[in-house]
Design a binder for this molecule. Structure first.
Ligand code: DON
Length: 313
């Protein structure tokens, strides 16, 4: 049933979030917490939170929406945004913008495609983005962290050093990707620096509340929380387009089918989704499906857009 209010009335956001939480509850027992990064394996598979931040500054939440979790690949949304804001279109010389149809940590396409990763959200592409952000700012992870702090208003938001060390200690695939990209001349910084800063931004701990607030600039067509402009409306539209086509890896089609919004997932179980012109959402549940997307978060976002009738389609 749709609960979209008549024009002029404030939508019943708490009711929509309640509906989403109920849908997430029905997924209890499904999926598995990521364990290829050992520090993530300790997450509670039954935790669930969801937040919504409107373009006007209202924030709503349900469940564990203020509990920090490992943002992982959700950070790639912000590293890409900052690279575009600092350097514009140059990034597209080093990374493509087509869906990969392969797992997020796959190496196979790089060989045939001359070290130019398919898109900025698979690990290979995110390493190139981190490299360029490192060149532009001197500290790619610090730039992502500071952006998240400013948009969320949480000055203590930071990298979790235990998770970062765990990633680095089990990062053979990422190291292989980075060396292969470097062999093709597509990194500006030393491989060790790029990997270190990549792990540091993936290992940032933030809550659904923080991430919904930080993602809001994409719903506001490029405007930040303080009213300043991070990027043009056209650039924000382009990020939303790449989120829609590539943000959920080789399940981007399934995510569009079920949720119908631009979104970015991470193996910590978080998903940020954008309702352009209206709000940013973040849903979180640590148990993942086989592709690496949160079972509960996808179910919650699916229920939210079904009940509200809001999607980009
Ligand atoms: O590099 C990795 O494997 C992790 N730091 C991030 C992967 C991730 O979140 C992919 N998400 N579905």
């Amino acid at each position: 049933m749709q609960t979209t209010p008549a024009p002029g009335l404030t939508p019943d956001y708490p009711e929509l979030l309640h509906t989403a939480r109920e849908a997430a509850r029905e997924t209890a027992g499904q999926g598995r917490v990521a364990d290829y990064i050992p520090a993530l394996a300790t997450a509670d598979p039954d935790a669930f939170g969801m937040a919504l931040a409107t373009v006007d500054g209202e924030v709503y939440g349900v469940g564990d929406w203020e509990q920090p979790f490992s943002i992982q690949s959700v950070s790639k949304l912000f590293s890409l945004a900052l690279v575009l804001a600092h350097g514009g279109d140059r990034i597209w010389r080093g990374v493509g913008r087509e869906p990969s149809g392969n797992p997020f940590n796959s190496l196979v396409q790089l060989e045939n495609e001359h070290g130019i990763p398919r898109n900025p959200f698979i690990n290979a592409g995110a390493l190139v983005v981190t490299d360029r952000l490192q060149s532009m700012t001197g500290d790619a992870a610090g730039a992502v962290r500071d952006f998240l702090r400013q948009e969320s208003g949480d000055p203590l938001l930071d990298t979790d050093p235990v998770v970062a060390a765990s990633e680095a200690g089990h990062g053979h695939r990422n190291a292989a990707l980075a060396h292969f990209i470097a062999a093709h001349g597509n990194l500006e910084n030393p491989v060790e620096t790029v990997l270190d800063r990549y792990y540091a931004h993936c290992s940032i701990a933030a809550s659904c509340r923080d991430l919904a607030l930080a993602g809001r600039f994409l719903a506001r067509h490029g405007l930040r929380a303080d009213g300043s402009r991070l990027m043009t409306g056209s650039e924000a539209k382009r990020i939303n387009a790449v989120l829609l086509t590539c943000g959920a890896y080789d399940a981007a089609g399934e995510f569009a089918f079920r949720v119908g919004l631009p979104g970015k997932s991470g193996v910590g179980g978080g998903i940020v989704a954008i309702l352009p012109g209206r709000a940013a959402l973040c849903a979180w549940g640590p148990a993942l499906d086989a592709v690496g997307n949160s079972v509960a978060a996808v179910a919650a976002l699916d229920a939210f857009t079904t009940a509200s009738g809001w999607s980009v389609f």
